[in-house]
Design a protein around this ligand. Structure first.
Ligand code: PRT
Ligand code: ZN
Length: 307
């Protein structure tokens, strides 16, 4: 990720009224796999806007920003050309379009892999077997770059959709397509051979195109909100009651990245502990805490985490 220093971080007089003449435009997918979550993440950072099918723009009522609804393939170029200041698109599309944009944040949704896949039980067993073979893909730029880097001389067959049926139609010997669950490959008698790219939705911007400090300050504000929400999504807030005498042992179980809050209880010799823990470690932590004497454990989701 490029760093944010290209943008102005000075927020000392950043009130929306002072910046009322400046409005950001963010391009998001109109409909498709990223549309709902793109709008969802913007709502989760407190932005209020309406979305109606068929609408091109939607203004935000409580932040100087408007949404521009596009096909995902067009988003990187529109951001590159300054039609939009920001965009949300799959990393695969950003790289495929070779857009001159900065990826500001990984957004934690739209995860998939661009995989080269081959016929189950077929002659192609390893990457070197792809030499002189035809590979169908809707990502010719990324595939060509990958083949060149690995010194493999294959023929790239560009296809715009339903890449997975190319081997059945004998249009290609292998495919290079996006995979999330893997069931489409399986249904078409294909198996993944190698991962060419890992992708997820990313927030993009073109810092060269941004005019003035004000837009930079608005982008900084939006990024800070997004980071607070993305950080929070990975955490849970744990509350529990413990004997004061058990606290030294229990302290070691709670991850040191969060400093726990200790509150005295009316019940003599007992304290309440509150602590944020990573969601991935939640159950192991709860089990360890229980074994070490913690009682009345509650876990609640966290919406926002500002360090
Ligand atoms: O209309 P528009 O041009 O805006 O949308 P689109 O139809 O071109 O794209 P869309 O909405 O299908 O995908 C948008 C983005 O979602 C992609 O660019 C990826 O970044 C991301 N994404 C995440 C995926 C998948 N997962 C995915 N599984 N995009 C496509 N697929 C397809 C894949 O091509 C294959 O056909 O799903 C199938 C495989 O899925 P599994 O679950 O069977 O493996
Ligand atoms: Zn598309």
């Amino acid at each position: 990720m490029p760093n944010s220093k290209k943008f102005n971080s000075n927020l000392k007089s950043d009130g929306p009224s002072r910046l009322s003449g400046h409005r950001l435009r963010i391009a998001v997918q109109r409909r498709g796999r990223l549309a709902k979550e793109s709008m969802g993440i913007l709502k989760s950072v407190g932005l209020d806007f309406d979305y109606h099918e068929g609408r091109l723009f939607s203004p935000c009522s409580n932040f100087p920003l408007e949404l521009l609804f596009l096909r995902d393939d067009d988003i990187p170029e529109y951001v590159q050309d300054g039609v939009a200041d920001l965009g949300i698109a799959g990393r695969n599309v950003v790289e495929e379009k070779k857009a001159k944009v900065d990826c500001l944040e990984n957004l934690g949704f739209g995860a998939c892999r661009l995989e080269i896949a081959v016929r189950e039980g077929g002659a192609i067993q390893e990457i070197t077997d792809l030499e002189k073979k035809r590979i169908a893909t809707s990502h010719p730029t990324i595939l060509t770059r990958y083949l060149k880097k690995n010194g493999i001389d294959s023929k790239v067959v560009e296809i715009s959709g339903s890449v997975e049926i190319a081997p059945i139609l004998n249009v290609a010997d292998a495919v290079c397509d996006l995979v999330s669950t893997g069931s489409t490959l399986k249904m078409n008698g294909l198996r993944p051979l190698v991962t060419v790219l890992r992708s997820e939705a990313v927030l993009i911007a073109n810092s060269e195109q941004l005019g003035g400090e004000e837009k930079g300050a608005l982008i900084d504000r939006l990024r800070a909100r997004l980071r607070s929400c993305l950080r929070a999504r990975k955490m849970r807030y744990l509350m529990m009651n413990v004997r004061r005498s058990d606290w030294e042992t229990l302290k070691r179980i709670l991850p040191n990245l969060s400093s726990p809050t200790v509150v005295p209880l009316a019940r003599s010799g007992w304290i309440a502990i509150h602590s944020a823990v990573p969601e991935e470690a939640l159950w192991n932590t709860i089990e360890e805490l229980t074994l070490s004497g913690a009682k009345d454990i509650l876990s609640v989701p966290v919406d926002i985490m500002v360090p």
